[in-house]
Design a protein around this ligand. Sequence first.
Ligand SMILES: [Zn+2]
Length: 379
Amino acid sequence: MKSQRYLPLFLYVLLFAFLILNCQGTIREKKEAAQSDKIAGSDTLTFVFAGDVMGHTPQQKAAFDPKTKKYSFTECYQFITPCIQPADFAMANLEIPLAGKPYTGYPYFSAPDELLEGALSTGFDAMQLANNHVADKGKYGITRTYNTVNKRVPSVGVYLRESQRDSIYPLIMNVKGLKVAFLNCTYDTNGNPVPKPCVVNLIDTAQIRKDVQTARQRGAKCVIMTIHWGLEYELKANKEQESLARFFANVGVDAVIGSHPHVVQNFEWIQRKDKTTVPVFYSLGNMISNQRWKNSNGGILAKLEVSKSTGKVLKANYLPFFVHKGTLDGKFQYYLIPTEKYLDKKYDFQLPEKEEGMLKAFDDATHERLKNVESWGKP
Ligand SMILES: [Zn+2]
């Protein structure tokens, strides 16, 4: 009998708690809706870029589940995905050919297709393909990589034949009403020949000048150069990169995003003759890799804010992240961890002392190198 008297009271408490929680939920949802309305109604679009998606043999091993015999790279990105997904447009450089089995590591790579799936799970809308490894597995590797990527998202920089390049390069994307053109080229293909009729864009200034004109003729209001260049492990851009960046700015490129050195390089705003400025991220470093040494064990995301009405780049920011190789919750993997959020103790895990020291060193060195641009990593 007693329990019958208490039961309705218990139900009232439950109902009250439910109403309070539900009400809070509604307020929060309304706030979020208002926020997204504000963003949707604003004139600003955000673009996020990541560096080299590598697929070294130890990464392939970590991604393999011996029970299911399947590969998965998706969990590597769980902490970085919230920094990429909200962007209006995001892209990275796929440095490793998807040439099928047997999967191989350096120097002639072929990674499982799941390497691409893992990267795309973060929200990339397109992938760059012009890099020094794209021809590692010859014509078959180029063709298979191109076809595999394009079944999922558009790619830029590599084509199956010249006529295809003519018709779809530069890659023009309609980003919420703004037409943006992406260029992509590489300094070389490690001396590996590019078998005909495949085309890999090389750094050719006369051609690039024409490509920018083509982008404008086809209606692009903003032109972004993504380029594979520079010297590996050099922390500062060299004279050649600096002079190319000036050339790009002066022929009408609105932002330059670099990759290849496997370290983060310096940043600068280049002023054009008409006083407008062009942000240059010389190298974003690795997106993911097995390179465990100082400065290569992390990378940055570059964020551009672009005016939807004019196509003008309004702002540039970066977010540093560390690639942790080790276990979290008992699972061995490579985890991309935004450093500022980690150092602000926003995660419910703690890295082993040595890894935490490397993360801190990466964070410090990256902020020091990029003193002239703001980070957006502080939560
Ligand atoms: Zn490279």
